[in-house]
Write a protein that binds this ligand. Structure first.
Ligand code: SF4
Length: 230
């Protein structure tokens, strides 16, 4: 006889991060239950903790997740649909991972790991977004991929050119986002979906603190030595 799971609605799962979206969640996007400004992309190569090996490894492929509320601290991963009373704002239409997750028995959720996930291209096609938006995603990726960042970050201590090149990529990422808002009329709230989280914040994963100087330029300060693997 199958065990009946009873969710205690403690909200703990929802505070550990919103769900990654899968193909079966497509209807939630086309119906507008979930909108692009609710999403954040973790790009391929971004460093994440692998709980099975307890090590930090690059993501093999991008994932798109429901984001934390606007203005949250960078280390706050709470799903933006979690309400103060621990209920889910979109409970009847919550994504597949939320339906599969039971915190005392995560087998069903683990079974979905890496399977049929929606990426940015699939989501933009599903919503029939203009082609130039996907072109912009690809242009940004070509200049700001985490693969190239890992290479540069691993050479920072030995090569001054690597530091300069890394600063240029971080500045490019910042300028590219501003350009999309100012010239492309892209809502600023959509940038974390289209281009992932700003490199100004994420270079900390390489043990680097990015600081903005009075003249607007960026200085990178090495804080810790990150373990960098490709
Ligand atoms: S969508 Fe709802 S159930 Fe899923 S993580 Fe967010 S608040 Fe929790």
């Amino acid at each position: 006889m199958s065990e009946i799971h009873h969710c205690r609605q403690c909200g703990t799962c929802c505070r550990k991060g919103g769900p990654a979206l899968h193909v079966e969640d497509g209807a939630l996007l086309s119906e507008g239950v979930i909108q692009l400004q609710d999403l954040v992309t973790f790009r391929a190569g971004e460093l994440v903790r692998d709980s099975s090996t307890n090590s930090v490894v690059p993501l093999p492929a991008e994932i798109v997740k429901i984001a934390a509320p606007a203005g949250s601290r960078p280390d706050d991963w709470t799903c933006r649909f979690l309400m103060e009373d621990n209920r889910c704002f979109i409970h009847e239409k919550s994504p597949a991972e939320c339906k599969a997750l039971f915190c005392d028995d995560p087998k069903a959720l683990l079974g979905m790991h890496g399977k049929e996930r929606l990426d940015r291209k699939a989501i933009l096609e599903l919503l029939r977004a203009p082609q130039w938006l996907m072109d912009a995603v690809e242009a940004h990726e070509a200049r700001c991929s985490y693969g190239s960042l890992i290479d540069l970050a691993s050479q920072l201590e030995e090569k001054e050119e690597a530091r300069k090149a890394l600063v240029e990529v971080v500045e490019y990422d910042r300028a590219f986002r501003d350009l999309m808002v100012e010239k492309g009329n892209v809502a600023r709230e959509m940038l974390d979906f289209l281009f992932g989280r700003p490199l100004m914040y994420t270079v900390i994963m390489f043990g680097i603190d990015a600081r903005t100087n009075a003249d607007g330029s960026i200085t990178l300060v090495q804080t810790t030595k990150a373990t960098l693997k490709r």
